[in-house]
Design a protein around this ligand. Structure first.
Ligand code: NAD
Ligand code: DAU
Length: 359
């Protein structure tokens, strides 16, 4: 075994941030397995395209023959599993892909990781890790005064997305308890930052506000999310990989609870300052309250005491700095933006918002 790691979903938002940092900060090789669904973008990885430490493989995590071949060929010391269908609204429109990738795909990876790990011996076997990247949405929803989610909060997923992630978390846990596979799970709150696909709230609002389009806010805009800058999530994953206790789960969050309307206001104000437009005027005037997401979780909040006290991780970025950096990244990368706003993206926007806007 060598220092190589396999990353799944490394052409998506968090995965590509992780792979770019891994290549710039370590000397070791990454085998990046990604199906390049609508959410996967090869352009995120252009800067490491010719780097021999980055091996990109287009393929499905559910393809067991392919996975077995990658383990045999690369003899990795770990697999970091990011690949998933990740958008709640899409899971409401079409849940099947979520069950297929998030549950069955994770199952396939676990089976092949187990077979590979069973064939290892000595230190290689002892050091191997399966790190599963999951979400705080598995814990369900909080009332305004409830304590934040801890690692012992019972699972109560409410959307097809969170139910499929909960299913994958349970499988990962079972492979540790039943077979001894050395797993680690992280449950993280909402990420934001460079390379996020503009179906999610923050990049969607940035791009619509830039163009003077309406800014769709679901329901009353008072749902709360606990925002974490993506680079802090990546550093938490590296910390858990190196120092986490096998079989444990770690909650990751930025202690940055914000109401959705506060997030939208922040983006509007930054853009008014950075890109004032007489034609558009105040971007806040573009805010449009639209029909709510069915089953919309009211509040998420993460208690990150365990990872902080046991592993010494903490976020470096506060929301006000992170959101400025994020807006600036989109302003500086308009070609990336133009390329992702393909026909398929437009079809999703039409499907999700035409009915909502009729509220
Ligand atoms: P994303 O949708 O941006 O990227 C997902 C990536 O997985 C894409 O590159 C896609 O092509 C790939 N993929 C999808 N199905 C695949 C398959 N069957 N085989 C191989 N590759 C496949 O997602 P993201 O926001 O980067 O999230 C990454 C992970 O982090 C997910 O597991 C998600 O549940 C978790 N997570 C996300 C957040 C967040 O705020 N975005 C927060 C906590 C946890
Ligand atoms: O909490 C972690 C989760 O965060 C991840 O597991 C998911 O993969 C990720 O997509 C994210 O889920 P959310 O549903 O919280 O993120 P989204 O950006 O879709 O929405 C954030 C909030 O903004 C949510 O309350 C819904 C609301 N919203 C979203 C969109 C797209 C709007 O008001 N308008 C919108 O147009």
């Amino acid at each position: 075994m060598n220092d190589t790691v396999i990353v799944t979903g490394g052409a998506g938002f968090i995965g590509s941030n992780f792979v770019l940092e891994w290549i710039s900060q370590t000397g070791s090789k990454v085998v990046n397995l990604d199906l390049l669904t609508y959410a996967g973008n090869h352009e995120n990885l252009l800067s490491i395209e010719k780097d021999p430490r980055h091996v990109f493989v287009k393929g499905d995590i559910g393809d067991r023959k392919l996975i077995a071949g990658l383990f045999a060929e690369h003899q990795p010391r770990a697999i970091l599993h990011f690949a998933a269908e990740s958008h709640v609204d899409r899971s409401i429109e079409g849940p099947e892909a979520f069950v297929k990738t998030n549950v069955l795909g994770t199952f396939a990876l676990l089976e092949e990781a187990k077979a590979y790990w069973n064939g290892l011996t000595g230190k290689d076997k002892q050091d191997f890790r399966f790190l599963h990247v999951s979400t705080d949405e598995v814990y369900g929803t909080l009332g305004p005064d409830d304590p934040a989610f801890s690692e012992t909060t019972p699972y109560t997923p409410n959307s097809p997305y969170s139910a499929s992630k909960a299913g994958s978390d349970h499988l990962v846990r079972a492979y540790f308890h039943t077979y001894g596979l050395p797993v680690l799970t992280t449950n993280c709150s909402n990420n934001y930052g460079p390379y996020q696909f503009p179906e999610k709230l923050i990049p969607l609002v940035i791009l619509n506000a830039l163009e003077g389009k309406s800014l769709p806010v679901y329901g009353d805009g008072l749902n709360v999310r606990d925002w974490l800058f993506v680079k802090d999530h990546c550093s938490a994953i590296r910390t858990v990989l190196e120092k986490g206790k096998v079989g444990e789960t770690y909650n990751v969050g930025g202690s940055s609870e914000r109401k959705n309307i506060e997030v939208v206001h922040a983006i509007c104000d930054i853009l008014d300052e950075q890109r004032p437009s007489d034609k558009i005027g105040s971007r806040r005037s573009l805010i449009t309250y639209v029909k709510d997401r069915p089953g919309h979780d009211r509040r998420y909040a993460i208690n990150a005491t365990k990872i902080r006290e046991e592993l010494g991780w903490q976020p470096t970025q506060v929301f006000e700095g992170g959101i400025r950096e994020t807006v600036q990244w989109y302003l500086d990368n308009m070609q990336w933006v133009e390329n992702v706003k393909s026909g398929a993206y437009q079809q999703w926007i039409d499907l999700n918002y035409s009915e909502r806007l009729a509220k």
